[in-house]
Design a protein around this ligand. Structure first.
Ligand code: FMN
Length: 185
């Protein structure tokens, strides 16, 4: 009798563990917005997307912040010029509290620098496991469209699921809504 009771309890415990596992697996994955912004434009764009989606948002922060001199492309040896001319540079970023397993879509925002995403974006992409996650790039810029930067990210990381990007400056309500709703897997 006692043995039967024990077996019952064991079965109950096993079933509970199984149920918990099923619930954990079935938990819907979420959307995250990450961005790098040196002077605030891309941060505002990222906040707009996160607010519209009710999504979590995290900044990609360089260990060494960019000073106005660092950002001045008229200075030949400025940090941005050095990074522009050396595609292998990966500026260190502060560690993020980020487990990418929880997300199925990540919006990645950046300012256009010399037609492309700044190298800190490469650091981010190479630091976190983004395989199988839908990646939606967005940018702000003076005038350059987003496409070339996305082509370059696609060429550098062909195994990742890059979607078409959006330049957020003066974006129409229609374009914005399409960008935040359309996710092709
Ligand atoms: C180093 C540097 C390079 C830039 N290169 C371009 C460019 O090639 N094309 C462009 O339209 N804007 C360019 N810009 C302007 C930024 O993309 C634009 O101001 C952006 O909105 C800044 O975003 P942030 O405030 O989030 O840093 C550049 C700015 C900097 C600092």
């Amino acid at each position: 009798m006692k043995k039967i009771e024990r077996r019952k309890w064991l079965l109950f415990a096993l079933a509970s563990v199984l149920m918990l596992g099923i619930i954990a697996c079935a938990k819907p994955k979420k959307t995250l917005v990450v961005y790098f912004s040196a002077t605030g434009q891309t941060e505002a764009a990222a906040q707009r997307i996160a607010t519209a989606l009710g999504a979590e948002i995290q900044a990609i922060v360089p260990e060494q912040l960019y000073t106005p001199e660092d950002l001045d492309w008229r200075i030949p040896d400025s940090r941005n010029q050095i990074e522009e001319h050396d595609r292998a540079i990966r500026p260190a970023i502060l560690p993020m509290d980020l487990n990418t397993e929880y997300y199925d879509t990540i919006y990645i925002g950046y300012p256009i620098w010399a037609g492309e995403a700044p190298r800190v974006i490469n650091t981010f992409v190479e630091t976190y496991n983004l395989k199988g996650i839908v990646l939606k790039p967005f940018c702000t810029s003076g005038m350059t469209p987003v496409d070339k930067s996305v082509d370059s990210l696609r060429a550098t990381y062909p195994d990742l699921l890059w979607q078409d990007g959006l330049r957020m400056n003066d974006v129409s309500e229609e374009e914005f809504n399409a960008f935040i709703s359309k996710t092709q897997y």
